[in-house]
Design a protein around this ligand. Structure first.
Ligand SMILES: Nc1ncnc2c1ncn2[C@@H]1O[C@H](COP(=O)(O)OP(=O)(O)O)[C@@H](O)[C@H]1O
Ligand SMILES: [Mg+2]
Length: 511
């Protein structure tokens, strides 16, 4: 590789924060015109490493070279001067300004004009934005007010903003986290187009599929250290996953053919209204059998959480009936429903699933502390709590600093989630409701929890899975329902649907 090709070099970079070495002696080279990925689990040090490239932090040790010259990137302006830009996920756009105003905001010549943006500059800016927009396939109307623009448009504005500033090196930090499957497609196309036009792209991600599809080379970080840099074309997702986690992981689960049993859950004409009397769930009916994973797919905010909450008894429906094994439980309270046979793994695990300042042992018993072995003649038995916790810790591989005595607040998100799953499964309920069970978790923890879900299904339990992750739905479900705007658009056996079709229903396209 000649010096010309190396647009960025980071040599022996170390960055420490109190109590953690976020980057430990990392050296990488990025080539001009490539899509380079930085892959790693949560906390691996990806964002920290790239933040030093766009001037957010300076390294404690090591050197950065841009186009062969040693540089000091002490601010975002210093990075911009070297044509390095960060495409932020959100929060950097001003709501009541137009797209064009947002794009020119903060540019040097503009700063001199106090307050108002002069029309003449705005006109030429709009023209330039239209040109860039056309040339890179980045659809955006410069006059649209940001408030009215959706997430995907806002992201395009962030990209246009960088292009307007003549960025040559564009850094994207987990850009697809907020997008629907179709929007992800568009973004990947845009990245390809940017590369074709000679830009260098750095993509921070933990999603292997995206890497496989558009990335040229990929650096894998684990616990602050560089594990490997590889050519993506010659590597499998399995290999990358193993390197990322540091052990063999199973990406695709062995799934036995389903053996459906009797109907466990029946939902009839469920309608839920929000506080503004708006119907967020509209006359929804479905049923789930024992041995079945029934998944509700959909974009965030289409009523799926409300369905789960209404079944678990957290909210009161406006209309409709809920039957568990033929018995109408619509008027039961939460505890009554738990006792009737419902386990619930909520979306907001820290608010509803756990008591953060209690120990792990207390949290594992929190739903049936009033029963043996936790209580006897109305007295709590400490040994009961501890022994039960130790069994679950072992069985479900829940890791904490101090075993059953650890405060839940001190545990990682993945281990908190394993604790909830362990507790809810241990109730032995006929119906398990999982809402976003792997949200924000690492591959290792995702693998563990998805395996538990499949095991419960194979044991004959009815599973209602609510997930925004299309991959998860496709991997686990026996039956897929797609929710859009509070309505179930389609309910079909998983084998009859592919990712594209489900993605289309998620966007409200009815075939
Ligand atoms: N500003 C900060 N202050 C203290 N610790 C931080 C800060 N930013 C990141 N860290 C820590 O550094 C490590 C790496 O974080 P980060 O670079 O954000 O990882 P990633 O982007 O791979 O998820 C983590 O342990 C994180 O908690
Ligand atoms: Mg990050």
């Amino acid at each position: 590789m000649g010096g010309e090709d190396r647009i960025v070099e980071m040599r022996h970079i170390t960055k420490r924060f109190p109590g953690v070495t976020a980057n430990d002696d990392i050296s990488i080279e990025i080539r001009r015109g490539e899509i380079f990925a930085v892959l790693g689990e949560n906390g691996a040090g990806k964002s920290t490493l790239m933040s030093m490239l766009f001037g957010m932090y300076e390294p404690d040790e090591g050197e950065i070279y841009v186009r062969g010259e040693k540089v000091r990137l002490s601010s975002a302006n210093a990075a911009a001067a070297l044509n390095i830009g960060m495409v932020h996920q959100h929060f950097t756009l001003v709501q009541n300004y137009s797209i064009a105003e947002n794009i020119i905001l903060g540019m040097e010549p503009m700063k001199k004009i106090a307050g108002l943006l002069p029309c003449v500059d705005l006109k030429s800016a709009e023209k330039r934005i239209r040109e860039l927009s056309r040339s890179y396939g980045l659809e955006a109307d410069p006059r649209e007010i940001i408030e009215d623009a959706n997430v995907s448009t806002r992201q395009r504005v962030e990209i246009l903003k960088m292009l307007y500033r003549e960025a040559e090196i564009l850094i994207f930090d987990e850009p697809t986290a907020v997008l629907t499957p179709q929007e992800i497609e568009f973004l990947l196309d845009i990245m390809r187009e940017l590369r074709n036009k000679g830009k260098t792209i750095i993509l921070i991600t933990h999603k292997l599929e995206e890497i496989k599809r558009i990335v040229d080379r990929c650096a894998i970080l684990r616990r602050g250290k560089l594990v490997k840099v590889l050519e993506v074309a010659g590597a499998s997702t399995q290999e990358m996953a193993n390197l990322m986690v540091g052990r063999e992981v199973s990406l695709v689960h062995e799934k036995k053919p389903p053996r459906f049993r009797d109907t466990v859950l029946e939902v009839e004409g469920l309608t839920v209204r929000n506080e503004h009397k708006f119907e967020v769930v509209k006359n929804v009916s479905f049923s789930v059998r024992g041995g079945e994973i029934f998944a509700v797919a959909g974009v965030f905010g289409n009523g799926q959480t409300e369905i789960a909450d209404a079944i678990a008894g957290l909210i009161k429906p406006y209309r409709g009936r809920i039957l568990l094994k033929g018995k109408d439980i619509s008027s039961e309270k939460i505890r009554g429903r738990t006792e009737a046979g419902i386990s619930y793994i909520p979306e907001d695990r820290q608010r509803y699933g756990l008591v953060l300042d209690f120990t792990l042992a207390d949290n594992l018993a929190v739903k049936n502390y009033y029963r043996f072995p936790f209580s006897e003649h109305g007295v709590l038995r400490e040994s009961g709590f501890r022994e039960f916790a130790e069994r679950l810790i072992e069985e479900y591989d829940i890791r904490s600093g101090q075993g059953s005595a650890a405060l839940v607040r001190s545990m990682s998100g993945g281990n908190q989630q394993k604790a909830i799953v362990a507790r809810e499964i241990s109730l032995g309920s006929d119906l398990l409701i999982f809402v976003q069970p792997t949200r924000g978790l690492d591959i290792g923890a995702i693998e563990n929890i998805q395996r538990q879900i499949l095991e419960e299904r194979d044991r004959g339990k009815a599973v209602l899975l609510i997930s925004l992750e299309l991959d998860e739905v496709m991997n686990l479900a026996d039956t897929i329902a797609v929710i859009y705007n509070g309505e179930l658009l389609n309910v079909s056996p998983a084998a009859e649907l592919d990712t594209r079709q489900v993605g289309e229903y998620m966007m409200g396209i009815r075939s």
